[in-house]
Design a protein around this ligand. Sequence first.
Ligand code: NIG
Ligand code: FE
Length: 431
Amino acid sequence: MKTIINIGELTGIVPEGILRKEGAAMSDTGTLKGAWLRIADDGTIADFGLMSDQNPACRLWPLRTGGAQDSGQTETDASPLPDGEQIDAGGGLVMPAFCDSHTHIVYAGSREGEFIDKINGLSYEQIAARGGGILNSADLLHRTAEDELYGQALERVQEMMSKGTAAIEIKSGYGLNPEDELKMLRVIRRIKENVPATIRSTFLGAHATGRGYTHEGYVQEVIDMMPRAAALADFVDVFCDEGFFTPDDTARILEAGARSGLRPKIHANELAVSGGVQVGVKYGALSVDHLERTTDAEIDALKGSGTMPTMLPGSSFFLGIPFARAKEFIAASLGIALASDYNPGSSPMGDMRFVMALACIKMKLTPVQALNATTLNSAYAMGISKQTGSITKGKRADLILTYPGWTLNRIPYTYQTPFIKSVFINGETAA
Ligand code: NIG
Ligand code: FE
């Protein structure tokens, strides 16, 4: 048992049983000013409350030094001193750690050369058409030993945890043949086994047509790979977009995924109005992601579904493409999640605080909406919002403690000033 005391502001409190926030509820979150939070031995949130609600005789309860026993206040102390460590937040803010429901962090090396091509005027599609892009990463990954790949990916996970992320979805998709796709999925499993963050794994065999295959031949290969991939992955994904996979390809792949027990998460509507949202909703996708190019038809298709629209403002920023219409989705009573899309081609960063800042500055979300989108709703988008993503009794204590005096608004506002004092993952200090 340990207790964080003297919390200036405890925010991101959500009642038990709420697994996502939609519409107007995205603008709400529970906040206590002057709070404590107790962490159980199993790493979950045991309880929290107001410092002022404690017995006035021990104003700074549960302070240990000079506590009840020593000062002879035993009979007035309604609340016994809890066992275990006490952490003085010193007036810092405590909020749920970030959840990042869309990343591609298992990749080899970088694509710095293409960064220069992009500066010189080539678009994402033009780079891909020259054999660069995803295929470039696939060639590099093919030449990289599994241990080396694991080491590179682990460094990215550690960087993300230090920036306050406690749950990460990681996709395959730079293998593009059975051997290399399975290599990636094994690396993700190894990460899952070795880091404190919650990891979810997604089979994205259909990220691009693998070298040496016809398009149709590769779609069939992805379908054939499904049972082996399903032994390692939690979800199936398809890049359903212009120049990559059609809604028909996507439907066939999702049917194969369903036969192997994999729920979809879809890349949709990044490069064009692709039909990806509709096919995703039809097959019960947990999320449809990107959505930079959407019409009202996509918003309508999502209404009443269990699918979380997920927006990736890091890609819009890096590629110079439109930001998704987050406010209109929320006005249509939908929820949205935000994720980093951390990958070497369209979003080479995994900083969820910057994602939050982009959402506020470029998509005009309020900081509370951005908080809900980067925590609870992003947890929902990887099927773990029963376990994490908010300050709720019984959930994992996945928390960010800030330096003293920080408010939620200031986090995306002064978006480069260091704000994290510590990160707790499952109740343990992880950074
Ligand atoms: O989500 N759009 C498809 N996949 C990634 C980019 C992958 C890459 O360029 O390496 C994305 O943006
Ligand atoms: Fe992606």
